[in-house]
Design a protein around this ligand. Structure first.
Ligand SMILES: O=P(O)(O)O[C@H]1O[C@H](CO)[C@@H](O[C@H]2O[C@H](CO)[C@@H](O)[C@H](O)[C@H]2O)[C@H](O)[C@H]1O
Length: 664
């Protein structure tokens, strides 16, 4: 043990929040307050002072704020996260001899004990502090030393001086911290912009945006689609890769391993003689057109998210120019990509174990930098789990160092630990198992885990009821009620969610074959023409749900999610509320697409901020119906054929001085 450690009596442990003991940063968004807690104690009974230290990454000086004892040797303090970027925090604590002395002096005075010696001990403590304090403080403290030592003055006056709040205040500001303990880990928090936490995504294939049948859509056609997307309340428009598509091993209709000359291929088969990851598919338009689309989207409060798929069609320029970045088999051919059991014969994976890995990393970062230069700030990353973790940790860290506003969504449908690690190393949002969690037990268990365990500190789920790769069995068979209920679940369980449209709002539900989750005649391999004006479109319903999300801040975070009991396996009930309780939302979803279900809710009133004896009003934000409820038990009925869910806003009764009630 180092000499100076032997006299450090304060123990600090259990600092929270932390991920893996501080190995990874936690995540928050701008404007949040970070509440930090720690167990801090020492041997014996001495009084302690504990401080939270924090600083923005770019600022070398620490700011300190006192932590408050909240019982059982646990301490708490909070600091504001006013800028995006990274902050650091840690905890320090020391034995406060003056505070100990003062506390004991009060006890001894109350027990009528002799205090003469204690007053002299106090004077000594103050004297020592004075020698270490600035000149003006030293003078003030010296006056107190004199007063405490004035043995000829009445004892009551000396005690009053010793216990004066002013003296306590000055001593607290100038403590003796020579033996302070400092927690050895500096924790980090990534502060993102709000979009990283609360976002509403719409995925769309630009090549299907033309209104003319069979004609390849362009960015200009996408522009015309923007008002439609905005009418549904989406704020992120995610486009599958927009780069040139290879011809070698191009896939045909329905994932056929061979194509016909008229087939357009999968957009994820990136690269052709027209260029690679920084080029644009000539049929979509030019870079100028793309930049214009981004600008136009912004006028609708929509941001364009770009797909980053680090893989190459056999025709990608890298394949010729950098053979060393691919795994060459003994016969001289390159191994195509797989995500078993899926086979991607039209793409080559990059070989990260190459001796030239550094050059490969730099090149891939340049791709991201290039699109950032063009104005992109949101990336949906394809299959990140098939590339090494150190690569992503480096890439995201480097990007966010200069562009802390960039958001990365990890598209990794894989094992939980792998998905969690990707979130820990920097991905701002993560796809997850929501599409396959369908029963009440599954949804309750999964979302309790995501929002109430340590996972919440680093993984922000983004919920997708469908994607071009995922047409779940439930969507195939449940009809319109399931499309509506899954949308409500995604939009209210998740602060971030997305749909692949127009397939979703138009209720596209036919699989390629029985037992498959692939769409029949999937848009991944061909151009589609969607009839957006169909009367059965969910456009309006989706717009309404997204408006509810926008108007109710409770739905813009995940941490407050609570499930409420109801004795019916087909009814799921949960709530979310803002920290100050001013906005409380209660959702009841009928999970059955076929039957009306009813039951008695057993509300956890405390989690809703309600008293058992006070009536409260619930307003269904989907239908605007109002009900007056009281207590835990309230009857509910949900008809999947009209609306398979209620999204209630809870309003508490407020009584004015004139005894007039209203609901807030
Ligand atoms: O492997 P995942 O299920 O996570 O899917 C993602 O990555 C796939 C590979 O990029 C991508 O697959 C599509 O593109 C491939 C390359 O062109 C093609 O072979 C596949 O048939 C096609 O589905 C998938 O869309 C993406 O979400």
């Amino acid at each position: 043990m180092r000499d100076d450690r032997g006299r450090q009596r304060v123990i600090i442990e259990g600092v929270r929040p932390a991920v893996d003991g501080g190995r990874f940063p936690i995540k928050r968004t701008i404007g949040d307050e970070l509440i930090v807690e720690a167990d801090v104690f020492a041997d014996g009974h001495d009084a302690l002072a504990v401080a939270l230290r924090y600083r923005a990454e770019s600022v070398p000086q620490w700011t300190e704020i006192p932590m408050e004892a909240i019982g059982n040797d646990r301490w708490r303090a909070a600091f504001p996260l006013s800028n995006i970027g990274q902050y650091r925090y840690t905890v320090t604590g020391w034995v406060d001899h003056f505070l100990t002395w003062r506390r004991d002096l009060i006890k001894k005075r109350d027990a009528n004990q002799d205090l003469r010696l204690d007053l002299l001990i106090g004077a000594q403590l103050i004297e020592k502090a004075a020698t270490q304090a600035p000149k003006e403080v030293e003078q003030a403290l010296s006056r107190w030393v004199k007063e405490l030592r004035a043995t000829d003055a009445p004892e009551a006056d000396r005690i009053r001086a010793a216990l004066s709040a002013e003296l306590a205040g000055i001593m607290a500001k100038h403590p003796d911290r020579a033996q302070a303990s400092l927690y050895e880990v500096e924790f980090a928090v990534i502060v993102d912009r709000e979009k990283a936490r609360y976002s509403t995504w719409y995925e769309m294939f630009p090549r299907s945006c033309s209104t003319k049948p069979g004609v390849h859509g362009t960015f200009k056609d996408c522009e015309k689609r923007l008002p439609y997307i905005a009418s549904m309340g989406f704020d992120v428009l995610y486009l599958p890769p927009i780069h040139p598509i290879g011809k070698t091993h191009r896939k045909g209709k329905n994932n056929a391993p061979t194509s016909r000359p008229e087939d357009h291929g999968s957009p994820w088969a990136i690269g052709s003689p027209d260029g690679g990851h920084t080029a644009i598919h000539p049929a979509l338009g030019t870079l100028k057109d793309f930049r214009r689309l981004m600008e136009r989207a912004r006028t609708h409060d929509i941001e364009i998210a770009m797909d980053i798929a680090f893989q190459c069609s056999p025709d990608h320029p890298y394949v010729k120019e950098h053979r060393e970045w691919f795994r060459i088999r003994p016969d001289g051919t390159v191994q195509y990509a797989e995500n078993p059991p899926k086979k991607y014969q039209d793409i080559f994976p990059l070989e990260f174990e190459t001796d030239q890995w550094r050059a490969l990393w730099d090149e891939l970062k340049q791709v991201v930098d290039y699109w950032i230069e063009q104005g992109i700030r949101i990336f949906r990353v394809d299959n990140p789990h098939t590339k090494p973790f150190p690569f992503w940790e480096w890439l995201i860290g480097e990007v966010k160092r200069t562009h802390p506003d960039v958001v990365f969504l990890a598209e990794a449908f894989t094992r939980p630990k792998v998905m969690n690690r990707l979130a820990k190393i920097g991905f701002s949002q993560s796809y997850n198992y929501f599409p396959w969690r369908t029963t009440k037990a599954e949804l309750t268990q999964y979302f309790t885990e995501l929002t109430q365990s340590d996972v919440r500190e680093y993984l922000r789920p983004n919920l997708w009821p469908n994607t071009p790769d995922i047409l779940t069995e439930q969507l195939q068979h449940g009809g319109r009620p399931v499309f509506m209920s899954r949308l409500v679940l995604a939009a209210t369980l998740g602060a971030s969610y997305g749909i692949y449209g127009p397939a979703y709002e138009l209720g596209e539900h036919l699989p390629r074959e029985a037992g498959s989750e692939e769409y029949a005649d999937s848009e991944k391999y061909e151009i589609k023409r969607w009839d957006l004006d169909r009367p059965d479109s969910l456009q309006e319903f989706i717009g309404c749900v997204n408006r509810i999300r926008r108007d109710n801040p409770a739905l813009q975070r995940d941490g407050s999610l609570r499930f409420h009991a109801i004795a019916n396996e087909q009814l799921l009930c949960y709530s979310k509320r803002t920290a100050d309780g001013s906005n409380v939302i209660l959702v009841v979803v009928n999970l059955s697409p076929h039957h009306v279900h009813s039951g008695w809710l057993e509300l956890d009133l405390a989690s809703l901020g309600l008293d058992a004896d006070q009536p409260f009003q619930v307003e269904d934000l989907l239908t605007h119906a109002h009900y007056l409820w009281q207590g835990e038990r309230n009857y509910i009925e949900v008809n999947p054929h009209s609306a398979p869910a209620h999204i209630f806003r809870i309003r508490r009764r407020v009584r004015t001085e004139q005894d007039f009630d209203y609901f807030l």
